[in-house]
Design a protein around this ligand. Structure first.
Ligand SMILES: [Zn+2]
Length: 174
């Protein structure tokens, strides 16, 4: 996805310690992510950045709603979303010894002065995204529910002929 200025943090001037940043994701963020199946939404993102001489740790907390449609009834759906993601950046260049296998450490060059968090904010949301987007049970569009219900009763499942063959096989075995 495109790099966006808004979500870039200039860390070189920051003192060691913890720093808080807040972002409201604007339409450009979702446009940049459009090729990656992320519906648009209203999301607020808090980033706690811990800086030390050798490392940057970004604790990303994204919360809000995505504007999507229900997989079941196809009506508009406000999908609540909350995700947390921890990203570690090593400041001493890309040749580092990864010490902690649980963290995916990203190397930044000693000459770098800023870090673009667009990708990591996106990842934080993508990992929190449920596979299925649907209303809570009983909250789907009632008209669609009725139509689907009518469809189900009109089309009684036709027995699959293969089951008959299986039944016959069973019968001959008995
Ligand atoms: Zn629905």
């Amino acid at each position: 996805m495109d790099k966006l200025r808004e979500y870039t943090i200039a860390y070189s001037g920051l003192k060691d310690g913890s720093h808080a940043f807040a972002f409201d994701l604007d339409p450009a963020f979702f446009e940049a992510a459009a090729d990656e199946e992320m519906p648009a939404g209203d999301m607020h993102v808090d980033v706690e950045l811990e800086k030390s001489a050798t490392m940057l740790v970004a604790n990303i907390h994204a919360m809000g709603v995505l504007h999507t449609t229900c997989d079941h009834c196809n009506a508009p759906l406000e999908l609540p979303l909350e995700g947390r993601q921890r990203q570690v950046f090593h400041l001493t260049g890309r040749q580092w010894e990864a010490g902690n296998e649980n963290d995916e450490v990203v190397g930044l060059e000693p000459t770098d002065t800023e870090v673009d968090l667009t990708h990591y904010i996106y990842e934080c949301m993508r990992l929190a995204l449920p596979l299925r987007h649907a209303h809570a049970p009983g909250h789907c569009d009632p008209e669609v529910e009725r139509a689907l219900g009518a469809l189900n009763t009109e089309h009684e499942p036709v027995p699959d002929p293969r089951w008959n063959v299986l039944d016959q096989l069973k019968n001959t075995e008995e």
